[in-house]
Design a binder for this molecule. Structure first.
Ligand code: NDP
Ligand code: 8X3
Length: 259
C-alpha cells in the first residue's frame, strides 16, 4: 500500500458529493489538499474544518473550471509555492437537464460540454506539466457508467462522459514513459447533489431517481478513489466501474427494496 501521508492531492469540485467525501477521507489519511469549487463559503468552511480536524495543509481556490485563465492561475500559484500535486482528481462535473435531443436546451449542452470535457482538459493541461516534471503521481478522472452505455434523454451528458472515458485512455497512453498513471472511476447511481443540479432544484424529481433502492453514497465512491490512489507505484488500475448492488446496469435497477 502506498501511503497518502504528506502527499498533495488536488480535487476539483470539492464542495459537495464525491469531491467533498474524498477530501475528508484523504485528509483523514494525512494527505494535504488543494481544493476547488465555485462556492466560496463552502470552500472556506471546508478548508478550516479539515485543517483543524486533521492538522493537514489545505489550499483552496474558488473558480469555475470552465475558465482557462483561472486554471492557469492555479497552476502558476502552485508552481510559485513549489507544490506539484501527487494526485490530480478531475471530479468537477454535472448533468444539466434530461430531455430528448430534439427538445434539448443549448445552454445546458454547453454547460456540460464546457465543464465535463473542456474543464477537465484545461485543468489537466495546466497541472500535468508540474507532475511530469517530478515524474510521478496519478490522475484520477471521475467518469460515469453514463460513459459506457447511453440511456434515453441522457444524450449530451452521456457524450461528455464517453469523452471522459476516451480522454482517460488517451492521457494514459500519452503518459507512457513517465511514472504517472491514470485511472477513471466510473460510478453508477449515487445520491449526491447531482440530481438536484440536473433537475435544477426540483427536489421531488431528484428524490425519485433514488426511490426504492439504496444508491451509492459519496463515501462509497471516495473509498474507491482512495483504493486507486493507494496502489503501489507499479500498479496502474486504468478503470473502475462501481454500481450500487441494486443496480446491475444503467437499465436494470431493483427498486423493490432498500438494499
Ligand atoms: P455534486 O453536484 O454533489 O458535486 C459536483 C461538484 O462539482 C461540486 O463540488 C461543484 O462545486 C463542482 N462543479 C460543478 N461545476 C463546476 C464548475 N463549472 N467549476 C468548478 N466546479 C464545478 O455531484 P457529484 O459529486 O455526484 O458529481 C461529481 C462527479 O461525479 C461529476 O463529474 C459527475 O458527473 C460524476 N458522477 C456522478 C454520479 C452520481 O450519480 N452522483 C455518478 C457518476 C458520475 P461548485 O458548485 O461549488 O462549483
Ligand atoms: C451519473 C449516473 O446514470 O445518472 O453519471 O447518469 S447517471
Amino acid at each position: 500500500m502506498n501511503t497518502l501521508h504528506g502527499k498533495w492531492a488536488l480535487i476539483t469540485g470539492s464542495t459537495s458529493g464525491f469531491g467533498k467525501a474524498t477530501a475528508e477521507l484523504f485528509a483523514e489519511k494525512g494527505c494535504s489538499l488543494i481544493l476547488t469549487g465555485r462556492r466560496a463559503e463552502r470552500l472556506e468552511a471546508q478548508q478550516h474544518i479539515l485543517e483543524e480536524k486533521y492538522g493537514i495543509k489545505v489550499l483552496s481556490y474558488c473558480f469555475d473550471v470552465r475558465d482557462l485563465n483561472k486554471c492557469a492561475e492555479l497552476a502558476n500559484d502552485l508552481q510559485h509555492r513549489e507544490i506539484a500535486p501527487d494526485i490530480l482528481i478531475n471530479n468537477a462535473g454535472l448533468a444539466a437537464g434530461k430531455s430528448k435531443i430534439q427538445d434539448g436546451l443549448i445552454q445546458d449542452w454547453e454547460e456540460m460540454i464546457d465543464t465535463n470535457i473542456k474543464g477537465l482538459l484545461y485543468i489537466t493541461r495546466c497541472i500535468l506539466p508540474l507532475m511530469i516534471e517530478r515524474n510521478e503521481g496519478q490522475v484520477i478522472n471521475v467518469g460515469s457508467t453514463a460513459g459506457h452505455i447511453v440511456y434515453p434523454e441522457g444524450n449530451v451528458y452521456n457524450a461528455t462522459k464517453f469523452a471522459v472515458k476516451a480522454l482517460n485512455e488517451a492521457i494514459n497512453l500519452d503518459l507512457v514513459g513517465t511514472g504517472i498513471k491514470c485511472c477513471s472511476v466510473d460510478p453508477g447511481a449515487a445520491e449526491t447533489e447531482f440530481s438536484q443540479v440536473r433537475f435544477k432544484g426540483d427536489e421531488e424529481k431528484a428524490a425519485k431517481v433514488y426511490e426504492g433502492y439504496m444508491p451509492l453514497q459519496a463515501k462509497d465512491v471516495a473509498d474507491v478513489i482512495l483504493y486507486v490512489a493507494t496502489t503501489p507505484p507499479h500498479v496502474n488500475i486504468t478503470n473502475i466501474v462501481v454500481y450500487p448492488t441494486a443496480q446491475r446496469s444503467v437499465y436494470v435497477i431493483d427498486r423493490n427494496k432498500e438494499a
